[in-house]
Design a protein around this ligand. Sequence first.
Ligand code: ZN
Ligand code: ZN
Ligand code: ZN
Length: 257
Amino acid sequence: MKITFLGTGTSTGVPVIGCKCKVCTSKDPRNKRSRASIFIEEKNKKILIDITPDFRLQALNNNITEVDAILITHSHADHINGFDDIRQLNFSMNFKIIPIFLNQTSYWELQSRFDYVFKELPQLGGGKPMVSIKVLEDYDRFFINDLEILTFLYYHGKLKVNGYRIGNFSYITDVSFIPQKTLEIIEGTEILVISALRYLPHATHFTISEVKNLVKTLKPKITYLTHMGHELDYNELSNYLKDSNIIPAYDGLTVEV
Ligand SMILES: [Zn+2]
Ligand SMILES: [Zn+2]
Ligand SMILES: [Zn+2]
């Protein structure tokens, strides 16, 4: 399995517009974070998790021209607002319809935000994303050909979010509480990707220390952090975590599992 971190930033991206803090003005490319998304290549299948407002540049930077399935965690703008750019994937895949997996709430949100995609239009212009909608339960299991994917529930404040497990890899972003049942499903994960917004507490996001606590009980071989804010300087954070098996990810990082 090959994992590419397309984006590792929180909803604002980093640098934040107008901010002059040391991370936002840093020259370190690992402090430049587009919105959180990941691309997985396994068994000749290409899976995209979330389609962010930065998807177009993420696809260009990482040479992504084909996607076999899109998995959505939740419907916040930073996770679905690249939806219209699916058009170009359809074109480059000879008008193939792309399945998009998401929970019912995310589907309702997607329909209201991108209503033109789901209704008849008098004039199409540049076309519309061609997708087939697959609505997921809180806990579900599905296949992309022979590739098995598990989805599981966790909470982002009060919002229900879907995480995903493919083999020994699990992806959890935008999380503030993980139910026991989900901990049992992700148990045995060797590569965990999880969001950590900053050091200080936040109502809807895990902090660095909350992720450290989770990792102590879950014991993945290696944990990569994503969805990071401008409070986190890459070098400082790496030093802070150097005695753990937790690594901050950065845009463009690829990992072979
Ligand atoms: Zn987010
Ligand atoms: Zn800043
Ligand atoms: Zn969110």
